[in-house]
Design a binder for this molecule. Structure first.
Ligand SMILES: [Fe+2]
Ligand SMILES: [Fe+2]
Length: 201
């Protein structure tokens, strides 16, 4: 079955695959139950894997380093995976990711810096930075999340209108970049959110 491909078994994994397997193991072996988590183990598995695949596609499209994209994506929500909470998770997750990468002795300091900088900034979807890996982290996260059904309400309901609006702007931009059909609903939601933030003032 696994002839020619390791299927994540054994010791033939490259350093990125090694980290990817480690993240899956961290999720599966995590002591916190779904009741104690703000998301679920299933979501963490799906989102970290989904994001990694989306990150690979974006890296190819943008001619970026695919391995760095994989590592950024698989580790971007590491704080949520380990602690089960979202508050400030990007900032709190960066040092955890650094520790995991360092512990393998397979990464240079400059690589750890590049990866953790993207993780640290990935929640700031409203900011467009010049660092392509920081943007890749935000975009892969947004794209993976928007591939699930009925996810819009999470943003309109949980985030301030000004912030929620930025997610919809990003997904519109991303769908365009990847040649996916435009979703009219998103434009409507942006207008509604703009209206809401005006009313708040
Ligand atoms: Fe996140
Ligand atoms: Fe995420």
């Amino acid at each position: 079955m696994s002839k020619g491909y390791h299927h994540f078994k054994g010791n033939k994994l490259n350093r990125s695959e090694f980290i990817q397997r480690k993240v899956v193991q961290l999720i599966l072996n995590g002591k916190l139950t779904d009741k104690e988590r703000e998301s679920s183990k299933v979501f963490e598995l799906k989102h970290s894997s989904g994001c990694t695949q989306v990150g690979r596609i974006l890296a190819e499209k943008r001619r970026l380093n695919k391995e760095y994209a994989e590592l950024i994506c698989v580790l971007h929500d590491i704080y949520v995976i380990v602690k089960g909470r979202y508050k400030n998770h990007a900032h709190l997750g960066a040092p955890i990711a650094a520790r995991i990468l360092r512990s393998t002795n397979k990464f240079r300091l400059s690589e750890i810096k590049l990866i953790t900088e993207a993780i640290f900034n990935h929640s700031d979807k409203h900011i467009y930075s010049k660092n392509p890996y920081v943007e890749l982290a935000k975009d892969a996260d947004t794209l993976d999340c928007f591939l699930y059904d009925n996810v819009e309400g999470y943003y309109t309901g949980n985030k301030p209108p000004k912030v929620a609006k930025e997610y919809f702007k990003r997904i519109i931009k991303l769908r365009k970049e990847l040649g996916l059909r435009p979703v009219k609903r998103y434009n409507k939601l942006i207008k509604e959110l703009e209206q809401k933030s005006r009313e708040k003032k």
